[in-house]
Write a protein that binds this ligand. Sequence first.
Ligand SMILES: Cc1cc2nc3c(=O)[nH]c(=O)nc-3n(C[C@H](O)[C@H](O)[C@H](O)COP(=O)(O)O)c2cc1C
Length: 497
Amino acid sequence: MDGSQASNLKHNVTYDDLRDYIEEVDKLGELRRVQGATWEEDIGMAAELLLHSETAPCALFDEIPGYPKGHRVFTNFFGGRRQNITLGFPPDLTKFELSVAFNKAYQEVVQRPLPYETVETGPVMENIMEGDDVDVLSLPTPLWHEGDGGRYIGTGSFNVTRDPEENWINVGTYRVMVHDAKTVGFYISPGKHGRLHRQKYMDKNIPMPVCVVVGVDPLSFLMSSSEIPYGVCEFDIMGAYRGQPVQCVIGKHTGLPFPANAEIVLEGFCYPDKLHSEGPFGEWTGYYGNPEHNGPTLDIKAIYHRNDPIMLGCPPQRPPEEQSRYRAVVRSALLKEQIEAVGVPDVQVAWCHECGGGRMFTAVSIKQRYPGHATQAGQIASQCRLGAYAGKFVVVVDDDIDASNLEDVMWALCFRADPATDIDIINRGWSTGLDPSIHPDRKEIGDTTNSRAIINACKPFHWMDRYPKVNTPDKETYARAQEKWGWLLNTNQPPPK
Ligand SMILES: Cc1cc2nc3c(=O)[nH]c(=O)nc-3n(C[C@H](O)[C@H](O)[C@H](O)COP(=O)(O)O)c2cc1C
């Protein structure tokens, strides 16, 4: 299947909630059930192995010592063949085909968000803790990495907030640390929508209502952790993608909506003057990028959860791992679209490479049409909504290079780019304190900007025709070589008669 065939595939999300999803992957043969793993060490250690493997199954941990049977943790949803059903496609697509197919589906739904509906109640209200009964420690939150400053209940989660001036609802994934039975804390990078909301509440010196939703289906989680446009409620994109509105219960204390079929919801307030030390937390860069710092807290007024709740765990790790795998599929699709949306023609493939955590190393292939075309594509890839945050290297390559193949991209970089003339630098880009290469003194004064290298690894436009010819066979010759000599690669196969 090529890219154009993949873009004609229709998506169909076959699960409604996390439980349905787990059943689906079980049918696919990609689920392991584990009993007796500890929250202190075992679950984090197992996640370290699972999330680093593209083919590993997902795991459902139950009977976690110290917790009732049935209080479960589920990890590694994006891998194997199940990553395709996560986005509503047949299980046998390659990651590139999946990205192309997702792009087509997403572009249609983002044009017509489907507003969420409110319902009186739902499974998430099966158990309610309020007042003195609130106890977030009653849930089996793992310690994900041994050097973490605490237990992070919010990894495969999202925060729901309302813009106090413009009134729209944002849904964003931001890490959430357990402080004590009634308090959690979170970290939101400058510029993220949830952070813009919080800033507005702080400027008015009023508490910010927040719901933290822990344990949702993977599609909802992917939308909450993707760069959906400003002012758009991610629930409405989730609904449009499924073809049916997300059913939300309205929180009694905050008036905020949360999915009626979520597993666990923490509802409460973030007070402008209340800070608590947060972190460190092992991050998607593979480092403890941010030292422990004073961060915002959530005073929990209520916890709602289903019977036998399941926590979705997506701990970040050194890339490439689960997070970079889904970023590559989802963000690459959105990036290509955003480069084209501002009028750059003939973009073939954009790929947010897994080795850079799906953010810091991006390749874009174009069919060069005019002088300056490659520079334009590279600068926009680096600064559009999708590429701007935490980017670092963008490499632009010709259309004979597979931009999703790291070795192909590096070959182009080595043999088509000249460092002295083909690298443009942008200074003071929008980045994050999680970047370990930013000096601590700069982070301390809030300067978390970084520089960008945009590398033109295309054949120089003006003398493309005189560029030495490549010495690899063309597609037809290669196919003939495979047909005639392919048996040599397989030591068990006898020579043809
Ligand atoms: C597992 C996971 C954890 C994340 N944690 C954070 C975080 O702690 N802080 C943050 O600012 N962004 C975090 N992100 C990235 C944001 O979810 C992402 O940028 C998203 O687009 C933010 O929502 P917004 O665009 O509505 O601000 C995380 C993403 C994932 C997948």
